[in-house]
Design a protein around this ligand. Structure first.
Ligand code: NAD
Ligand code: UDP
Length: 318
């Protein structure tokens, strides 16, 4: 297939590009580098199965040639206001990438008669009142809170995707991605995995926001990409959670990182203010992915972190 992938220069986009090319497809990557990095695509220079268009998805997209599939991944994706590249600091860009960018990407799919997959998020569940989160849960989002620019943009993107499916009969898919980590994560995005790994590798205490009892469920990137690839090729149109159900508190995560890195500052945990609208618990119910896609994650957190550490060491020039 000829595949248009928006957000190709990002963490997930670059891994997905590799997988698609390995499966024999041709990929046209599209990105404006607002949070992405050229280094993520450097290994594809000269590859005849990869081409690149520098473009903002919020503007009309024109792609020469044929397209069989559109994957829409372009969006700022970090929740941390301390990071200049977090979506609270790119609020309008985040809303536009989710709303106008999804509209333009669906427009390409419609014009070329292509299939479409939207990268949605567990954030559409907000601070969930149902646990674990099934796809049928409708969420608990504050529409004007600090996270709303991301949550509501993705909720709108899902609604638009289903409208194009129902009204224009486009073959669409929606993946709700839960926290994912691995090599090529941005070091400066303020998320808990890059923050803790870097602090630990520098021998510093890990900064926990709030009491650290809030939970997340972290998925290794290779597992996520496998789930997305299976969903892409499926004939299923409702949203599907892809994530690792292994739930861990942020305190337990801090202990694990300190153990794996041998960080001597391990017992000192600096308490800082918890972020506004920070979800208290998050864990995917992956029954749907297991049933429809015969997918479940294979990499446990310990193995995944050990596979991620060399990338951080290299980037930090340790
Ligand atoms: P990332 O920031 O590494 O990648 C996003 C890419 O989109 C970047 O290369 C950025 O430059 C590009 N982009 C942003 N706005 C753009 C625009 N207007 N035009 C063109 N390109 C634009 O983030 P990521 O973690 O790889 O996330 C990729 C997608 O997956 C996002 O849609 C995100 O919402 C979703 N997602 C990621 C996670 C996760 O844990 N990483 C979780 C849930 C959802
Ligand atoms: N967090 C933390 N210390 C950090 C960064 C994040 O305690 O240095 C917490 C954050 O408040 C949240 C959790 O870790 O409760 C996961 O945050 P992340 O930014 O990775 O992503 P989120 O799941 O909130 O989108």
């Amino acid at each position: 297939m000829h595949i248009l992938l928006t957000g190709a220069a990002g963490f997930l986009g670059s891994h997905l590009t590799n997988r698609l090319i390995a499966e024999g497809h041709d990929v046209i990557g599209l990105d404006n580098f607002i949070t992405g990095n050229k280094d993520n695509l450097a290994h594809l220079a000269g590859n005849p199965h990869f081409s690149f268009i520098r473009h903002d998805v919020s503007n009309f997209i024109f792609v020469p040639g044929e397209i069989d599939y559109v994957l829409h991944f372009a969006s700022p994706a970090s929740p941390n206001p301390a990071s200049p590249l977090g979506y609270p600091n790119l609020p309008i860009q985040t809303l536009k990438a989710g709303a106008l960018g999804t509209h333009n990407s669906l427009g390409v799919a419609r014009a070329y008669g292509a299939k479409f997959l939207l990268a949605s998020t567990s954030e559409i569940y907000g601070d969930p009142l149902e646990h674990p989160q099934k796809e049928t849960y409708r969420g608990n989002v504050d529409p004007t809170g600090t996270r709303s620019v991301y949550d509501e943009a993705k909720r709108f993107a899902e609604a638009l995707t289903m409208a194009y499916h129902r009204f224009h009969h486009i073959d669409t898919h929606i993946v709700r991605i839960f926290n994912t980590y691995g090599p090529r994560m941005r070091l400066d995005d303020g998320r808990v995995v890059p923050n803790f790994l870097q602090q630990a590798l520098r021998g510093e205490p890990l900064t926990i926001y709030g009491d650290g009892m809030q939970t997340r469920s972290f998925c290794y990137v290779d597992d996520l990409i496998e789930g997305i690839y299976r969903l892409m090729l499926s004939d299923y149109h409702e949203p599907v959670n892809i994530g690792n159900p292994n739930e861990i508190s942020i305190c337990e995560f801090a202990d694990l990182v300190n153990e794996l890195t041998g960080n001597q500052a391990g017992t000192i945990i600096k308490m800082a203010k918890r972020l506004g609208n920070d979800p208290q618990r998050r864990q995917p119910d992956i029954t749907r992915a297991k049933t429809i896609l015969n997918w479940e994650p294979k990499v446990n957190f310990r193995e995944g972190l050990l596979a991620t550490l060399p990338y951080f060491k290299q980037k930090m020039a340790l």
